[in-house]
Design a protein around this ligand. Structure first.
Ligand code: HAM
Length: 549
């Protein structure tokens, strides 16, 4: 027995009614972003691997362990072969080089050349000699020969298949049908590229900012995105290998105010508003500053020194990180290690004056706006691009994966990937986690439809059944086009089945039988109140609209 195929581990199908919740979250996010003057950006789902290595950082877990990366192999570049061959054969053909003929969607291009002697050559270019290409060429040659002999011309027609040859001097072969196979020396492969499914979108957004020279507008760019990200993590509740992020970035030249602490505070205030509007209560904003990259490097050394005498008492991961990347020790969740970590020097004491002032200004603006926060000295975040402000919004209902969203400032990211100075700040929310949180608060019940049309036919009378079903479709069309949401039953259903189905999906049932069709008076039953009303068909749409809740 063949095994059934399932969604790949760490990926899932999202189905109704839950998808309605996803749509509501996205619609709310879009509406809030618009009020704060954010525009949508859509970047590709895969990028050059170098972007993440340089942007997110080669030492991070994401880049070193979790990326879906592949080599986009060498590919035959036919255009290159054609142009090189044309150049090499220029003398033979004079000006009349390579006119396309016999071009159809299903066959590769056959090109027609006219030699200085007036004879024709039909040429096909391919990666290698194949029976398929020889057949195509053979038929094109026969067709042209037939044409020429009809016209009485003495022109000769030759067929030639040109394929790349890795070595010079390979001889031209002739097939039984008289077609020449010419190995043409050279490398006509486009070199390969390492590609990666995006594990996050900040690097892609900054790449796009640089590529489209958005900095030259002199304006602050406020961009948001909604889309899938991919990380090869161990799947568990709230952690998937394909997951969706709703994120936003504010980036621009320093002259546009991109470094201002006001930007940090505004982004955080927007997030507090968005979570409130989504109906997520009980969130905590944890905030920290990791300073400039010089501050961080200094702190790393202080931490390394502080860890040296105590690391041997810690978990295996911490022992390794104490040497390779001391900052990551602060992420450790092993209970026994916590007292040791809490006693380590704090990054805030390594900040320079500028970073301290910046952080104080962010906190003051949050205080003024009434956005509550908790300072978390250990919040250093797992991506290398962060500078100064870092933050996470957590929610108790999520369990181990309790970060609803994370973000921070990345003042050096643009330069790290070859762009101009473009400080920025942003965040990404785990949409899957927003859904989990909301499902714990409310159930994802689908909204009921305005009406269910129940055509009542005689299952044994096929003609009557067809007639009543057709009339029901016409009625449904009328109602739907007047803006009502309508589900359509089937004339073969018994009345009981129609009622049961209707009650599950709609607030009302509209009965349409032969009598109703004749009289033009329909019976409408409201499930919540139990009332039954006779409504003329001409008034049905307005009746259902008026009583729509
Ligand atoms: P991040 O903390 O790696 O930051 O991810 C942001 C959020 O994405 C997390 O808080 C979590 O809600 C969600 N998330 C991450 N991994 C998974 C997963 N495997 N399954 C489900 N949800 C997940 C970033 O991605 C940065 N680009 C955020 C940012 C934007 N910083 C500045 N601008």
């Amino acid at each position: 027995m063949s095994s059934t195929l399932k969604a790949v581990r760490g990926t899932r199908d999202l189905l109704p009614p839950e998808t309605a919740l996803w749509n509501r979250i996205e619609a709310t996010a879009r509406a809030v972003f618009a009020r704060y003057n954010f525009g949508e950006i859509r970047t590709p789902i895969f990028e050059d691997t170098g972007l993440f290595a340089r942007g997110v950082g080669e030492e991070t877990d994401i880049v070193s362990k979790e990326m879906y990366t592949w080599e986009d192999g060498e590919r035959f570049d036919k255009d290159l072969l054609i142009s090189k061959w044309n150049l090499a054969n220029h003398e033979r053909f004079g000006a009349a080089i390579g006119e396309f003929v016999h071009k159809t969607a299903s066959t590769p291009d056959v090109m027609q050349y006219e030699g200085n002697d007036g004879n024709w050559e039909l040429v096909v270019f391919g990666a290698r000699p194949s029976a398929e290409l020889l057949n195509i060429l053979g038929s094109a040659v026969s067709a042209d020969r037939a044409l020429i002999s009809k016209s009485g011309s003495a022109k000769q027609v030759t067929g030639r298949l040109v394929v790349p040859s890795p070595t010079p001097g390979a001889l031209i072969e002739t097939t039984n049908d008289g077609i020449l196979i010419e190995p043409f020396f050279g490398n006509f492969n486009r070199s390969s590229q390492s590609l990666t499914l995006r594990p996050e979108n900040t690097a892609g957004v900054v790449r796009a900012y640089i590529e489209h020279k958005l900095g030259e507008t002199g304006q602050l760019q406020k961009l948001y995105y909604i889309g899938s990200q991919f990380r090869r993590e161990r799947p568990q509740k709230g952690r998937y290998r394909q997951f969706s992020q709703i994120g936003a970035e504010v980036i621009g030249p320093p002259s546009a105010g991109s470094e201002s602490p006001l930007r940090d505070a505004e982004v955080l205030e927007m997030l507090a508003t968005l979570l409130d509007e989504l109906g997520i209560t009980g969130w905590t904003l944890e905030i920290n500053s990791v300073g400039s990259s010089a501050d961080r490097a200094r702190y790393n050394e202080i931490l390394r020194a502080a860890l040296a005498p105590v690391a041997s008492q810690m978990c295996g991961d911490c022992q390794r990180r104490a040497v390779t990347n001391p900052l990551r020790v602060l992420d450790c969740k092993v209970p026994e290690d916590q007292p040791i970590i809490d006693a380590l020097p704090k990054i805030v004491d390594s900040l320079d004056e500028e970073s301290k002032k910046h952080f104080a200004a962010v906190l003051a603006a949050l205080d003024a706006a009434g956005v509550p926060y908790t300072r978390n000295h250990r919040l250093v975040r797992g991506l290398d691009y962060y500078t100064r402000t870092t933050f996470e919004f957590t929610h108790g209902g999520l369990g181990a994966q309790n970060a609803l969203l994370g973000g921070g400032r990345y003042d050096g990211l643009s330069e790290a990937i070859g762009g101009p100075k473009a400080p920025g700040i942003g965040f990404a929310m785990g949409e899957d986690r927003l859904v989990l949180t909301l499902l714990a608060i409310e159930s994802a019940q689908p909204e009921k439809m305005d009406a269910y049309i129940a055509p009542l036919g005689d299952a044994k009378d096929e003609a009557a059944l067809t007639r009543i079903n057709a009339a029901a479709l016409a009625l449904a069309r009328e109602l739907r086009r007047s803006g009502l949401s309508v589900e359509l039953g089937d004339g073969s259903f018994r009345l009981k089945k129609s009622f049961e189905t209707a009650d599950k999906v709609a607030r009302r049932i509209v009965i349409l039988g032969e009598d109703e069709l004749q009289s033009g008076i329909l019976t409408v039953k409201d499930f919540a109140s139990g009332t039954q009303t006779k409504v003329p068909r001409t008034e049905l749409a307005s009746f259902l609209s008026k009583t729509s809740c």
